[in-house]
Design a protein around this ligand. Structure first.
Ligand code: HPA
Ligand code: ZN
Length: 326
């Protein structure tokens, strides 16, 4: 119990949070009402009851439906602000937020509304909560390379409002190398690069995220343990893994939390971090992920300190901020 109090109170960085995945059912209904959007569910309870997933795709279908209520810059602000209040409660002092512009621009929402609302929330989080918030633009990997290039082009005028690019959505069948050229173009703009790999997909996708996309972190990466040579490389190069324990259980990557390999990832010397992924859908925010995982895997204070340190090392925080967090 003392350990869990320590874990809750320690300062931490969150590096794997899809801001659209922080949209709580109550806010989905409030925004639907405000915007006159019709939902396929009659109530908050009915919507929540649909959150029973069998794999990544079964989640994504509902996640994209939930995002359909987001229309104005204010909607994006309200969503991100609600997240920052939750982050504050969990003593998250630095957060790098993924956003999926194509989910919105494909519905006719201007890219400008998305980035304006989100970046205003980040500015206010720093001013009022002392939380550093940064944005990472994710390409949807089930869409084409051409669509990803068009998105990067739309984003260019707002280059100073986001710090990197990522790759998310349906993994299996959409290997990283499909986006080799668009990631090269993004890195050319000085953007950081990360990618989801090895969530459901094979270790080969982690290799190609590193070699073809030249990413600085792997999102999820829990399948890496199937490939000892890959583990050796990730350890040697200190490539961080942004692990999301509650997500992995909800999407049936592990049967239950006691089967999760976070303890083994740490034991092998990997730079693993704990993150919430899509907290409104997967059963909790940062501290819920920490507390449930620590209880299930019987982790200790040393591992808590390592996870917090890893989160700052793995972050794209400035050198000055990293020194403050150390
Ligand atoms: N994996 C892939 N795409 C996603 C996820 C995830 O866990 N969450 C939101 N988009
Ligand atoms: Zn994710």
């Amino acid at each position: 119990a003392a350990l869990l109090g320590f874990v809750r109170a320690m300062p931490k960085a969150e590096l794997h949070i899809h801001i659209e995945g922080s949209l709580e059912p109550e806010l989905i209904f409030a925004l639907a009402e405000r915007n006159g959007v019709r939902l396929a569910y009659a109530s908050v309870d009915e919507l929540r009851a649909a959150y029973a997933f069998t794999n990544l795709q079964s989640f994504l279908d509902i996640y994209y439906a939930g995002a359909s209520v987001l229309l104005t810059a204010q909607d994006f602000f309200d969503m991100a602000w609600a997240y920052f209040l939750r982050a504050k409660a969990d003593n998250v002092v630095h957060a790098e937020l993924f956003f999926d512009p194509q989910t919105h621009t494909d519905r006719g929402v201007p890219f400008e509304y998305v980035i304006d609302g989100l970046s205003r929330a980040c500015a206010q989080a720093w001013q009022e909560l002392g939380i550093r918030g940064e944005l990472i633009l994710c390409f949807l990997r089930h869409l084409s390379e051409e669509a990803a290039f068009a998105t990067l082009e739309q984003a260019r005028p707002y280059r100073d409002k986001f710090i990197g690019v990522g790759l998310d959505s349906s993994e299996v069948g959409h290997p990283p190398e499909k986006f080799e050229r668009v990631f090269a173009a993004a890195r050319e703009l000085g953007l950081h690069a990360v990618a989801h790999a090895g969530e459901e997909g094979p270790p080969e996708y982690i290799w190609s995220a590193l070699d073809k996309l030249k990413v600085q972190r792997i999102d999820h990466g829990v399948q890496a343990l199937r490939d000892p040579a890959l583990v050796q490389r990730l350890v040697r190069e200190r490539v961080p893994l942004t692990v999301c324990p509650l997500s992995n259980v909800k999407l049936c990557v592990f049967k239950d939390l006691r089967q999760h390999n976070l303890g083994e990832l740490l034991a092998q010397g990997l730079v693993a971090t704990v993150n919430s992924d899509d907290p409104a859908y997967f059963g909790g925010y940062m501290n819920q992920n920490f507390v449930e995982t620590f209880a299930a895997l019987e982790l200790d204070a040393g591992q808590a300190v390592t996870l917090a340190r890893n989160s700052f090392e793995a972050s794209f925080a400035s050198a000055a901020d990293k020194a403050r967090y150390a």
